[in-house]
Write a protein that binds this ligand. Sequence first.
Ligand SMILES: O=C(O)CCC(=O)C(=O)O
Ligand SMILES: [Fe+2]
Length: 203
Amino acid sequence: MQLRQHPDLQIEPITIANGALTLIHPLLADADAAFVLEDLTQHLDWRQDSLRIQGRTIPIPRLQAWYGEPHCHYAYSGLRLNPTPFSPLLQQLRHIASEHAAAKFNCALCNLYRNGQDSVSWHADDEPELGPAPIIASFSFGATRTFQIKPKRGGQTLAIELLHNSLLIMSGDMQRHWRHQLPKTKAPVGPRVNLTYRYIPAA
Ligand SMILES: O=C(O)CCC(=O)C(=O)O
Ligand SMILES: [Fe+2]
């Protein structure tokens, strides 16, 4: 299936100091976005990973999957993930991400937030293998969740609502100067799929 762009696609630059953020919504034609949500929820290689913290094994509060080219090993908080090759659908989304971000991508970290108790805590995607100023293209499908960012050196937290069928592009010095998180919520929310496309050069 060939994904179609939404006829009312809007591109909104979000001004922040020391970094760049662009939010695109609505991204895909409504029926295509519904198909993508269903397909990714059903068919990605979702895994429950755990972290070892002070000798204890803690399941991370979301399911994850790691896709990309064979050299794209990804070390994340003590996990080392081997990539699954992109499916045709993930290839198409990679292409859409590349067009909007004017950048190439060769891997994608996928997150499934099953409900409001799933989350990702404060971090920056500043691993050395991503380079000094990584461009990250982050798709959202499913439940609306709040994405928060705050400057590493302290200051106010900003909140951005990530709606179904949106694409958030983080670039410039964003990962160097800011952290981000997706907090838990007590509100009753359904599942949300997030895909973050990244680029890791071959060694
Ligand atoms: O779910 C999101 O919108 C953010 C995910 C994220 O920050 C990450 O995977 O690095
Ligand atoms: Fe992140």
